[in-house]
Ligand binder design. Sequence first.
Ligand SMILES: [Fe+2]
Length: 264
Amino acid sequence: MDTPLTLLNRLRLLLNSNRPVSPKQNPCYWHTDLHSHLIPGIDDGVSTNDDALLCLRQLADWGIRHVVTTPHVSQDWFPNTHETLLAGQTTLRNLIAEHQLPLTLEVAAEYLIDDLFLDRLRAGNLLSFGQPRHVLFETGWASAPHFLSEIIFQLQTHRYQPVLAHPERYTYYHDDLTPLADLRTAGCLFQLNWGSLTGRYGKRVEKQAQKLLKNNWVDFIGSDLHRPTDLPSLEKLFTTPAYTQLRQQPLRNQIILPKQIIGQ
Ligand SMILES: [Fe+2]
């Protein structure tokens, strides 16, 4: 089920492959992390400023220069509002400035597909990142979501670019890649958790992550960092064969870097 690379993807691949990288000094050559839970106390991510600082400092040490942190937004568990999210953004930006970390940061969200999400979608009121406006979403763990193609269409109608978070983690897609292929055909992009390549979520998820790599289906890589104890499993990536494979992937992370960082 290999997907032919488009000309644009080939150019991205060339750009990534030729970039000099020292795995020890700058392993995150993609420079933007666009999936994490680093606003203290508003979801199941970090709970204190100190833990947020530990995570941000490590990302910066690995070569990340821009963080899009993405707290959960869901009706039943984490009904975060724009106000709570933007207040958290201010907290983290102050922390970054106070400790002079070489990072810029913005907040978006990881939306669960539910009624709250649909209400905000219809109102055109979703937090996004980059241009076009990327919206990160996840689906439930128990069973394959219904009407996902309709939701992709609705996002596109509102001029959002849909990005499915960690497609490799949904067990209901493990035995048959056809639904994922259909999502890509519909224009949905995929974000892989890099911990999936280090066994962080088990063997089946690792195997599925390998299949996504093989098919050139990884548009974005993300840490999905929740707390400092996640960091060792993320660090494993840089010494695995999967890291070499990742470098063959036409990642789009760099296209959402702020202009002032690209110019550095
Ligand atoms: Fe997440």
